[in-house]
Design a protein. Structure first.
Length: 311
């Protein structure tokens, strides 16, 4: 069981203003900032990780906030929807909360027999709060306002929009071990039984959808979860054998990663459970310090001076 893809590990999206992004995810959505670090390829920019108390894989939404970044365009060849799992009977609470916060939201709807509330974050990123039809016992991070009765539990699913779903579906079924569960219109639901939650990928077939443009308010990549480095490298071989270009193993400090672009155009990552977010700060202090990768530590003063203020 543990040598399989264990659902979603994290999703990474692009934001504009850093402070607005941090405030929305921690204050309005009640997520924990589990790591405050910098973009390893652009250390003048933050990299935020939001999730549950420990930043458990399957709960982590991460952002690169670029202050001057203009809006992107949601379209084909990208992840176009994030689904968060919330408790039964909590959607009215969220509807009121979004009203008070001035958050753009839609009407409560139903998909595959599950109720959901669609909304957009301040950069226009599309997210649904979904009441899962399967039990979700994951412990949620709670705040004074978002309590266990309504707090987000982690990911329910991710949605990819594609001109044609077949090549992507083949990756999911033949390499990742997912199965087609149901279809509703152009939406095809794939699920893995290797894990109980964050186990769903929805593929929307949109033959004439314009290609997405990756900038603020859009998703950058989707990371799938594997137990450890050994299994990571087994998947590297399987993916390379299909003739897809895949990176070598990359040390992301909190996990080890591989990246490849699936044939439908979406950037996929595989990421390990080890070593996790307590690698450089204890669990009760997660997200409270600016953590820099070793190669930038000597440059800390200059980096701190250029990073945007969060208070
Ligand atoms: Zn990633």
């Amino acid at each position: 069981m543990t040598d399989r893809i264990l659902g979603l590990h994290h999703i990474t999206a692009i934001a504009g203003n850093a402070r607005r992004n941090q405030q929305f995810y921690t204050k309005v959505l009640g997520q924990r900032l589990v790591k405050k670090t910098v973009n390893f390829d652009d250390p003048g920019t933050y990299h935020f990780y939001f999730g549950n108390e420990a930043g458990t894989p399957g709960t982590i939404l991460t952002f690169f906030p670029w202050e001057s970044m203009g809006p992107g365009r949601t379209g084909s060849g990208m992840a176009t929807g994030i689904g968060y799992s919330v408790p039964k009977d909590s959607l009215e609470f969220w509807k009121d909360r979004f009203n008070q916060a001035g958050t753009k939201q839609g009407e409560i709807g139903q998909r595959f027999g599950e109720q959901y509330l669609p909304f957009q974050d301040p950069d226009g990123l599309n997210i649904d709060l979904i009441v899962s039809s399967t039990p979700d016992d994951r412990p949620s991070w709670t705040t004074a306002e978002t309590t266990t009765e309504n707090a987000i539990k982690g990911f329910h699913s991710v949605t990819l929009t594609l001109r044609s779903i077949k090549p992507t579906a083949t990756i999911l079924t033949d390499i990742f071990g997912y199965k087609l569960l149901e279809q509703e219109g152009p939406r095809y639901r794939y699920i893995t039984d290797a894990i109980e939650n964050a186990a769903i990928v929805d593929l929307i077939e949109a033959p004439s959808a314009p290609h997405g443009y990756n900038a603020a308010g859009t998703n950058h990549h989707v990371a799938f979860r594997v137990k450890n480095d050994e299994i990571l490298m087994e998947f590297r071989e399987k993916i390379a054998k299909k003739g897809l270009h895949i990176t070598p193993k990359i040390d992301r400090d909190y996990f080890f990663s591989l990246y490849f672009r699936e044939p439908g155009g979406v950037l996929f990552e595989l990421a390990t459970d080890n070593p996790g977010f307590t690698r450089d700060e204890p669990q009760n202090e997660l997200g409270t310090h600016l953590k820099l990768p070793r190669q930038y530590e000597s440059d800390r003063a200059r980096i701190e001076a250029v990073l945007p203020s969060l208070d």
